[in-house]
Ligand binder design. Structure first.
Ligand SMILES: Cc1ncc(COP(=O)(O)O)c(C=O)c1O
Length: 444
């Protein structure tokens, strides 16, 4: 049977913050072209944020798959379009038009640096999280291979880290994967025991993308203060905007990976933070952009949009995190008492506010995902990367969860726009589906 395609409709919501962009008092004074002036005006007025819903058979879509990707914010898309139309010169060109593009590029870099309390020259633009992770690992390996060939990471990293490490192993590097406990967290004693004289890098994710565990980043930082030559990398792709910026941008970290599409920027853009004094070999050789670290003509519309998205994300961050936590708690409280439900994410502090991973024992993950989809609710199996491969969750496997359970896990991932009303609707539908699954299992 052909599925009825949902149609796109628009609804307007009241503004939740300003659309600020490149517009502190200083840059306002130096506005010199249309696009920058446009954005300054926008910053000064509160804009209304638009939210798009998929209308599916009369009811709005509920999108609970924000760890896979988020919807680009309308004001970010505005920036993308306007930069593409009006500031489309190459930032490396010598003429005025190129110079305007260069100024916008550098203002975007400065804005991101200010939001993270670092220096503009410590921000390097990339195509996203996968590139950032590959670059820090392989760039460190190439840069420091004469000093040592040992790298340390965790057993629960995203494939961008895990598979890069596996490639490095094939090239003769030695990798230690730190085990995790039943909440998916590494132990600091294991880390201390793993460090060797030839260790060149420790890479630990901020927030696990499958179950939401927050790693003990400050404790890792404290250990590594005794080993100043080791590169310390954090994959913060799931951690930015989740109330743990101090943990991520800690006093010892050397490199941090970020990805724009996880916080309402467009796809194919991201950045890394690289502490002054630390070096990475470039993976992209070419024209020498990004201070000779990462060649390739900069994706300026996406970069300018990402700067805006980051500002929006970090505006009223505490309130947004509290809202996400409340939505997660509402669902957690509802599903926790069902006999066949196992929940792997806690609603407590050691877990991110936006990720809730659970199973209904005996029901496959994709069956649960499609059953919710038929009701207009979008969730996922544990990660976007594994979902089409029908793989068991690698995080749950590392936690020694039985394979059958790890294969049936599903993930809800929230953003700041999700509401308690959506949680209630989810819970009602959960009841119906749980009964249906229980009956099918009883009849089988
Ligand atoms: C923790 C983590 N690292 C890296 C990535 C890869 O990011 P990107 O999709 O921007 O390549 C993801 C994507 O889901 C992720 O969750």
């Amino acid at each position: 049977m052909v599925k009825k395609r949902p149609t796109l409709i628009k609804k307007t919501e009241k503004a939740t913050g300003n659309g600020g962009f490149l517009c502190d008092d200083e840059s306002k004074k130096t506005c010199f072209n249309l696009i920058i002036w446009y954005n300054c005006k926008e910053f000064l007025s509160k804009v209304s944020a638009r939210r798009y819903f998929l209308e599916s058979e009369g009811s709005s879509m509920i999108y609970f798959d924000n760890s896979a990707t988020t919807q680009a914010a309308p004001t970010v898309l505005d920036t993308y379009t306007k930069v593409s139309q009006q500031v489309w010169g190459n930032p490396s060109s010598l003429h005025n038009f190129g110079e305007s593009a260069y100024q916008l590029l550098e203002q975007s870099r400065q804005q991101i640096a200010d939001l993270l309390n670092v220096k503009a020259r410590e921000i390097f633009f990339t195509s996203g999280g996968t590139e950032g992770d590959n670059w820090v690992l392989k760039g460190t390996a190439m840069e420091k291979r004469t000093f040592g060939k040992h790298l340390i990471t965790t057993a629960v990293e995203h494939p961008a880290i895990h598979n890069s490490m596996e490639q490095l192993k094939e090239l003769g590097f030695d990798v230690t994967y730190l085990p995790v406990d039943q909440e998916g967290r590494i132990s600091i004693d294991d880390l201390k025991a793993a460090i060797r004289p030839d260790t060149i890098l420790v890479s630990v994710m901020a927030v696990n993308n499958e179950i939401g565990t927050i790693q003990p980043l400050q404790a890792v930082a404290d250990v590594l203060k005794d080993y100043p030559k080791i590169h310390f990398h954090i994959d913060a792709v799931q951690g930015i905007g989740k109330g743990i910026q101090k943990l991520i941008m800690n006093d010892r970290v050397d490199f941090v990976t970020f990805s724009g599409h996880k916080f309402h920027a467009t796809r194919g853009v991201g950045f890394i933070y690289a502490r002054t004094g630390r070096k990475l070999a470039p993976l992209m050789a070419g024209g020498g952009q990004e201070n000779n670290w990462r060649s390739g003509t900069e994706n300026l519309p996406a970069i300018a949009g990402m700067a805006k998205a980051l500002r929006l994300l970090l505006t009223d961050e505490d309130q947004k995190v509290a809202r996400e936590r409340a939505v997660k708690q509402r669902i957690y409280d509802h599903i926790k008492d069902f006999a066949k439900v196992d929940i792997f994410s806690r609603p407590t502090d050691g877990f991110a506010p936006h990720i809730l991973c659970f199973t209904i024992n005996g029901v496959r993950g994709e069956t649960i995902v499609h059953a919710f989809e038929d009701q207009g609710i979008y969730i996922s199996t544990t990660s976007a990367c594994s979902s089409k491969k029908h793989m068991a969750s690698s995080t749950l496997m590392a936690m020694h969860t039985p394979e059958a359970v790890a294969t049936s896990a599903v993930r809800i991932s929230l953003d700041e726009n999700n509401t308690l009303a959506e949680a209630d609707e989810f819970n009602q539908i959960f009841d119906k589906l749980y009964q249906r699954f229980s009956k099918i299992n009883a009849d089988a």
